[in-house]
Design a protein around this ligand. Structure first.
Ligand code: PMP
Length: 342
């Protein structure tokens, strides 16, 4: 077995809500995985129920209807889109397509640990470069590939346009992960017209509330898109998942209302957290904070609230916790527990 397999679980082994219920903790509030706490609109649920009647059939091999909707939503050409089973799946396919052993890959840190993982699986030479608070500057860096994340997981801040441009000038390829872009209302899709080496990653797991469906996509020049489409598993996502994503894109007003609510709740959480801890600036649906407590995450867990302990992630000095914005009632309970244990 490859030695890199040990790398991933350290930060990604979230406590599972269902498991906690079985352990007898009655009320479980999952704030560890940056999902949208609100369900998708009724139209999505109804469309999936109808689609179930077709599950004896394979889906369209190219996911034509879904790509047409994404093309309209992102204002890109159809041929620039590749589909995958979540953005994680596409990250792995991109590494397979682009990387050879010993290629130099730069990963600005602290960021999403899966970038290093997929690169190491290809035996690339990974250089994790630390930027405090993920204030990235790649002016003096170069290599085969760089992974940028905007808004960044786990800090929550976005990168600026100059950073994306510098990356495109200095690196052979740039992967820009925009998994949380809708929450920030800021995307660099328009730079795809200028840079042939830019690949933008998106997902339906966060903003669109479809994490369990596993639908991600990438936007890039057509030859990279075609390579990703060829290398990915055939029929990578189920027809139910494709249908859910299509109908989600028909209901953008609903999601905008949900976004506003999440942003309001995020700022409420921020104000209270700042009474006790340093909180990083965030344009996403989660907050990162620094604390000096021994067992903060366990204190919350005992009370049924699952948070993500990101202590030890390269680029973070001291104890850090990431908390996802929950529903209104969940946020109230989180804040009550916060006050109680401080
Ligand atoms: N990129 C980032 C920055 C993420 O935080 C996540 C999910 N944790 C992903 C990609 C993967 O998302 P998906 O569910 O689409 O695989």
């Amino acid at each position: 077995m490859r030695y890199v397999v040990g790398l991933i679980n350290k930060y990604d082994a979230g406590k599972f809500p269902k498991d906690l219920k079985e352990m007898g903790i009655g009320r479980v509030i999952q704030l560890a995985s940056n999902e949208n706490p609100y369900p998708p609109p009724e139209e999505v649920i109804e469309a999936v129920k109808k689609e179930v009647l077709w599950i004896n059939r394979y889906p369209h091999p190219e996911y034509r209807d879904l790509k047409e909707k994404i093309a309209e939503y992102c204002k890109v050409d159809y041929g620039m889109i590749s589909i995958g089973s979540g953005a994680m799946d596409i990250l792995k396919v991109i590494a397979d397509v682009l990387l050879e052993p010993f290629d130099k890959v730069v990963v600005p840190m602290p960021s999403y640990s899966y970038y290093t993982f997929v690169s190491m699986l290809r035996d690339a030479g990974v250089e994790e470069v630390i930027f405090e608070g993920y204030r990235v500057n790649v002016e003096s860096l170069s290599g085969k590939l760089v992974f940028l994340c905007s808004p960044n997981n786990p800090t929550g801040n976005t990168v600026d346009e100059k950073t994306v441009r510098d990356a495109c000038e200095n690196f052979e390829y740039v992967v820009l992960d925009e998994a949380y872009a809708e929450f920030a209302g800021k995307s660099f899709v328009k730079l795809l017209d200028e840079y042939e080496n830019l690949i933008i990653l998106r997902t339906f797991s966060k903003y669109f509330g479809l994490a369990g469906m596993r639908v991600g996509y990438s936007l890039s020049n057509e030859s990279i898109a075609e390579a990703i489409e060829k290398i990915r598993s055939p029929f990578a996502i189920s027809p139910l998942a494709a249908k859910a994503a299509e109908v989600a894109l028909d209901n953008l007003d609903y999601y905008e209302r949900v976004r506003r609510k999440i942003v309001t709740l995020r700022e409420k959480m921020r104000r209270e957290l700042e009474n006790y801890y340093y909180v990083y600036p965030s344009e996403a649906n989660f907050l990162l904070f620094k604390h000096d407590r021994e067992n903060l995450v366990d204190e919350f867990l005992k009370r049924g609230i699952i948070l993500r302990d990101v202590t030890g992630l390269r680029g973070l000095e001291g104890n850090h916790v990431r908390v996802t914005v929950g529903r209104e009632g969940e946020v109230e309970i989180f804040l009550e527990v916060l006050r109680e244990i401080n």
